[in-house]
Design a protein around this ligand. Structure first.
Ligand code: AR6
Length: 172
């Protein structure tokens, strides 16, 4: 499994699935969530509403899958990160679960290339260095042979540098 880091807007990434840093309502918001719904079009919100009707809210650490609408991906996997709010082990566990549960859904949907944003590091205020370490550890420890590439899509320079440092010995 290849681990890649790019600095980009995730709505432009061609992958089988892109992950959204959503909130428990699944009905949209700001940050990357806002960008995905804006560019993906109403099909994504319609699908999120259908998920809501079926299962109710999505709790932190959990993930659901929908169409990617007009985006250059097949699916959007919506996961809900924890709000940092002074942190703690429980918050770190929830963030790890976001990555694990997204990867499980990816496998169920035969996804080979999946792109993650830096979940919880924007509006939810997780320290970027802690979040990056958790993200990289979670995907590396996820034992599977179906997914071929995981792309960490960093929006800001600080995250891009953190991920490059953590992954500098990968794929060599
Ligand atoms: N592509 C890739 N990454 C992005 C993009 C983009 N287009 N836009 C922002 N980021 P955030 P959270 C980065 O705030 O912290 C929403 O309102 C951003 O720089 O999007 O998990 C939801 O509805 C940061 O590194 O998500 C929730 O209410 C990362 O994406 C809440 O925000 C995550 O920032 C979730 O907060």
């Amino acid at each position: 499994m290849k681990l890649t880091v790019i600095q980009s807007d995730i709505t432009t990434v061609k992958a089988d699935a892109i992950v959204n840093a959503a909130n428990s309502s699944l009905l949209g918001g700001g940050g990357v969530d806002g960008a995905i719904h804006r560019k993906g079009g109403s099909a994504i919100l319609d699908a999120c509403r259908a998920v809501r009707a079926k299962q109710g809210k999505c709790n932190p650490g959990e993930a659901v899958v929908t169409t990617a609408g007009n985006l250059p991906a097949n699916y959007v996997i919506h996961t809900v990160g924890p709000v940092w709010n002074n942190g703690g082990k429980e918050k770190e566990e929830l963030l790890k679960n976001c990555y694990i549960n997204s990867l499980k859904l990816a496998i169920e949907n035969e996804v080979k290339r999946i792109a993650f944003p830096n979940i919880s590091t924007g509006i939810y205020k997780f320290p970027k260095n802690i979040a990056a370490r958790i993200a990289v550890e979670a995907v590396k420890n996820f034992n599977q042979d179906k997914i071929e590439e995981i792309i960490f899509v960093c929006f800001d320079q600080e995250n891009f540098e953190l991920y490059n440092e953590l992954l500098k010995n990968e794929n060599k």
